[in-house]
Design a protein around this ligand. Structure first.
Ligand SMILES: *Cc1c(COP(=O)(O)O)cnc(C)c1O
Length: 385
């Protein structure tokens, strides 16, 4: 079996489970993102929610990217990691008052506003501070991203974004007050989108919206297409970097970009996903009557994506080269959903073997919980091991 390149002897010495981050791969990914986005002068705001590990955040900040935050805690984490406030965008359907104040006090780049109710609260808080809040309207483009139902966000009557039919009313209200400044529009249609077609539909919709707004005399300085670019969970060894080149080229080909307009993206998974691996130890191999189970010391408390989204992670036994057998790979949590994979082909697995759950850098460590009174996972980095 082809496996990732892991410093096995070093990993064997560490207590499990833990996250292992390949810093070289993250740096290479960031270089590709910068080069490909740089061709069109696109601005990139890393979606902090994918992975807010302080070391990962600083590596991304050092590379000059901005941050996309969805909570006050993420704004604090981003600032601490070195992202300048002027490169922070703040989205989320339920911004609390203190979070809005935090954004205003730090003079973040903009609030991506998701409802008229939120717009009114931002206006009040900005007015009380004698400030003008920079606002981009998150528009629900009513596009199906053809991804898992739990990670699609752009279909009609979704909790995210302002519906197209309500846009004019919201704009009217926004333009009437001098404590809000419209700086642009924002979209985010979903996550783990591996087919470019939904992005192409989004571009066509965005062009129409722009034409409509211009007809009303509204010119947009910024347009933000959010995140969502998928990664190849099936072939992490062959295709470790998301197809940023094709993605940005497809956007460039379709977008009717206005003179001087800034174009932004918020990739999360495609930046942080590939470089992270959850390393777990095999506690027991249980021979059932029809199945064989590899029971690990990691469960959905460390990596919830399989239980929550039916997500696939490639699993490799990195300490065995014996013949391949079939296993159900499960965790120790007292819930039947605590399964990482069914009928997984692994080199013959014994107690003590290390299993690598690949492509777990995004929505992995950050979603860890303490259910069953478990400890939160620790992390190690390839360059400081
Ligand atoms: C989650 C999210 C992202 C990042 O999505 P990925 O699929 O990880 O690229 C970007 N923007 C917003 C508003 C989000 O909620």
């Amino acid at each position: 079996m082809i496996k990732g390149n892991f410093p096995i002897e070093k990993l064997k010495a560490l207590p499990t489970p833990f996250y292992y981050y390949d810093v070289e791969l993250l740096k290479e990914t960031l270089n590709v993102v910068k080069t490909e986005a740089g061709k069109y002068n696109y601005r990139i705001h890393y979606a902090v929610k994918a992975n807010a590990n302080p070391r990962i955040l600083s590596l991304i900040a050092e590379n000059g990217l901005g941050a996309d935050c969805v909570s006050g805690g993420e704004i604090q984490a981003a600032l601490k990691a070195g992202f300048p406030a002027r490169k922070i965008v703040f989205a989320g359907v339920g911004k609390a008052d203190w979070e809005i104040e935090l954004g205003l006090d730090n003079n973040i780049f903009c609030f991506n506003v998701e409802s008229v109710a939120e717009l009114r609260v931002i206006r009040e808080i900005a007015a009380s501070k004698g400030k003008v809040a920079p606002v981009a309207l998150r528009i629900n483009p009513e596009i199906d991203a053809h991804t898992h139902a739990k990670i699609t966000t752009g279909t009609k009557e979704n909790k995210f974004g302002i519906n197209l039919g309500q846009l004019n009313g919201v704009l009217k209200e926004l333009l009437e007050t001098n404590h809000l400044k419209l700086i642009g529009i924002h979209f985010h249609i979903g996550s783990q989108i591996t087919d470019l077609a939904p992005f192409q539909s989004l571009l066509i919709r965005a062009n129409e919206i722009q034409d409509d707004l211009e007809a009303q005399g509204i010119r947009l300085e910024n347009i933000n297409f959010g995140g969502g670019l998928g990664i190849d969970y099936y072939h992490p060894n062959h295709l470790p970097i998301a197809p940023f080149g094709n993605y940005f080229a497809a956007i460039h080909q379709l977008l009717k970009r206005r003179d001087g307009q800034e174009v932004r993206f918020e990739p999360g998974r495609s930046i942080a996903g590939p470089c992270g691996t959850l390393i777990a130890r095999t506690l027991y191999v249980k021979e059932g009557e029809t199945k064989r189970f590899a029971i690990l010391d990691a469960g959905f408390t460390e990596l919830i994506r399989p239980a929550m989204y039916d997500a696939y992670h490639r699993i490799e036994n990195i300490t065995s080269n014996e013949e391949v057998e079939t296993y159900d790979v499960v965790g120790p949590i007292c819930e039947s959903s605590d399964v990482f994979g069914k009928d997984v082909e692994l080199n013959k697995t014994r107690r003590g073997d290390l299993l690598a759950l690949r492509s777990a850098g995004a929505y992995g460590e950050i979603m860890a919980s303490q259910y069953n009174c478990r400890k939160l996972p620790v992390s190690y980095f390839s360059d400081t091991l």
